[in-house]
Design a binder for this molecule. Structure first.
Ligand SMILES: [Zn+2]
Ligand SMILES: [Zn+2]
Length: 429
């Protein structure tokens, strides 16, 4: 009896990963997202038991709501059972509802999400012969998961995207020790292998830097991803600590409300609770004219108190910034690859909104290699399979002193048995 792991996509690129765990004809897939801009492998995937064929023994698990993990699920047959985190599903619903008028696929996504089944952190569930343990992880998406997948005595740990320098990382090792222990194989994200310098800062240190900035500068405008929940809440509390009113738009406020009102294991933490002053949603014109409403009293208030404004790079915000008072300090609080001209990820709107004059205050949503080694030492795998990386060869070089690193190409499989210590396994195409 075997567990066969196939990486259908993502062996040598960041994003768009699709992984299959198979046993006795049962197939458990993990993630089905979009290929990130700049990657050449945009061909449509054809996978037996997922995109076509007999789906009666197939299911799909979603690690988190980032587009490179969930973005393409609307292209899959309707009969496929899909599982994701409860709060992640709520956030994706708000996101799809917000985007559906501009991106038609989100109309379909919003409908599809109604039928998506949800799981909870640490609560095992089964699918066919698989026992699945969802493990809550810290990432720049909220309610993100890793999965321990076991069948017939073989266990694998699928990391999803994660890190150990966030607000929620503190108890992670303890939790792994207690609930996961050793596993046979780790299918691991390796995003930061070629970016050794991006991750050194803890999210809590970054928050302290923000408090200092907000105290020093009266008016700050921060650009970040609206679904980077931890950063959003971090900035909210930092603003209040500095005595500045905190403004978001209606969409961002809805996302924050979902988190505050959810019953996730995390939301008991003060980080995800509102203080005396809730985040203030910006007012829209009625009837809507694609502009924010800026009254004289609003301007006066901002002038007096200063502000922290969470902005997005669009005309509506650009217009707002022209109307409101204050010498604005702009901050980029997301990956700066978006504003590097000449790259595929380049976001012209964002670059234009920033106008080249900004502070860069960010820390990665992905684990650094030092933390990753500690993580492997805890799980003690027999082998590691890297995914979600642009340099699997560097990854193998770095870790093969302690663990065998299995490098697969997209579409390749490897099989494991419960009796074998080393490889029972030959990679097969
Ligand atoms: Zn990702
Ligand atoms: Zn992610």
């Amino acid at each position: 009896m075997l567990m066969t792991i196939t990486i259908h996509r993502g062996t040598d690129q960041i994003g768009g990963c699709v992984t299959e765990y198979e046993h006795d004809g049962w197939r458990l897939f993990v993630d089905y997202g979009e290929v990130l801009p700049g990657n050449s492998k945009t061909r449509e995937l054809k996978v037996e038991g997922l995109t076509h064929g007999d789906l009666s023994k197939s299911a799909l698990l979603i690690t988190h709501y980032h587009g490179d993990h969930i973005g393409n699920i609307t292209m899959l047959p309707d009969v496929l059972p899909i599982y994701m985190g409860e709060v992640a599903r709520e956030i994706q619903l708000v996101l799809s509802d917000h985007l559906k008028t501009v991106i038609p696929a989100h109309q379909k996504m919003a409908k599809l999400l109604q039928n998506v089944q949800t799981f909870k952190a640490g609560k095992d569930f089964t699918f066919g012969p698989f026992i699945i343990t969802p493990v809550t992880v810290d990432h720049s998406a909220f309610d993100a998961y890793a999965f321990r997948i076991e069948t017939d005595g073989v266990s694998a740990y699928h990391t999803g995207d994660f890190r150990l320098h966030g607000f929620r990382s503190g108890k992670f090792f303890k939790m792994l020790e207690q609930y996961i222990g050793k596993v046979d194989y780790v299918v691991c994200e390796a995003t930061n292998i070629l970016r050794p310098n991006v991750t050194s800062k803890k999210e809590s240190t970054l928050q302290r830097d923000f408090v200092a900035l907000f105290k020093e500068k009266k008016s700050t405008v921060v650009y970040l991803s609206s679904t980077n929940i931890d950063r959003l809440f971090s900035l909210y509390h930092a603003a209040l600590k500095a005595g500045r009113p905190f403004y978001v738009d209606g969409y961002q406020k809805r996302i924050m409300d979902v988190v505050v009102n959810s019953n996730s294991i995390w939301t008991k933490s003060p980080l995800y609770q509102y203080e005396k002053y809730e985040p203030e949603p910006l007012m829209y014109h009625r009837p809507a004219n694609n502009r924010f409403f800026v009254s004289d009293s609003f301007k006066e208030f901002l002038d007096k108190k200063g502000y922290v404004l969470i902005a997005r790079s669009n005309e509506r915000f650009d217009n707002l910034l022209e109307q409101i008072p204050g010498e604005k300090q702009k901050v980029l609080s997301m990956w700066d690859g978006y504003v590097k001209e000449g790259t595929e990820a380049y976001n012209e709107n964002l670059a234009n909104s920033l106008k080249g004059e900004y502070d860069y205050m960010h820390t990665s949503g992905h684990i650094d290699m030092k933390d990753l080694r500690e993580f492997f030492r805890l799980l003690q795998p027999k082998a590691i399979i890297p995914i979600h990386t642009d340099s699997p060869e560097q990854f193998a070089k770095l870790f093969r002193d302690e663990w065998p690193v299995i490098r697969l190409n997209d579409g390749q499989s490897i099989s494991f048995t419960s009796i074998s210590e080393t490889d029972s396994c030959g990679a097969k195409k």
